[in-house]
Design a protein around this ligand. Structure first.
Ligand code: MN
Length: 131
């Protein structure tokens, strides 16, 4: 079972992401704020996190930094979800520790491909640690 934690506060985006991911065979756990997201990341140790950048309680980059600086959660790949206007901030997202990003509104094909890439990245890291 591959579990994906979605940290996103816009109901329409949660709904769409959940439909796409469940259709691709993933188990989805949605939360609508950063603090619940960080708590869930520790509790369920998801295979991947989709992180909205604009959240009500904390911005997604700060939440990403917190997760990436914590030994319990640092290995979980994080894909940022952001509006088209913010794509120029890619360097900021990567600097915060994001492993990739998705532009909103979502393109179905790109969404599934980016999530698959993020999961493959995590598998490579695991294989690297074991060898
Ligand atoms: Mn948001």
């Amino acid at each position: 079972m591959t579990t994906i934690l979605i940290i996103e506060d816009t109901p329409a985006n949660i709904k769409l992401a959940t439909i796409i991911l469940e259709a691709a065979g993933y188990t989805v756990v949605p939360v609508n704020n950063a603090l619940d997201g960080i708590a869930q990341a520790h509790t369920i140790l998801p295979d991947l996190i989709l992180m909205d950048i604009q959240l009500p309680d904390m911005d997604g980059l700060t939440a990403t930094r917190l997760l990436k600086s914590d030994a319990a959660t640092c290995a979980i790949p994080i894909i940022a979800m952001t509006a088209f206007a913010m794509i120029g901030d890619e360097a900021k997202m990567l600097a915060a520790g994001c492993d990739g990003y998705l532009a909103k509104p979502f393109c179905h094909k790109e969404f599934v491909a980016t999530v698959a890439n993020g999961l493959a990245l995590a598998q490579q890291h695991k294989a690297g640690e074991q060898s």
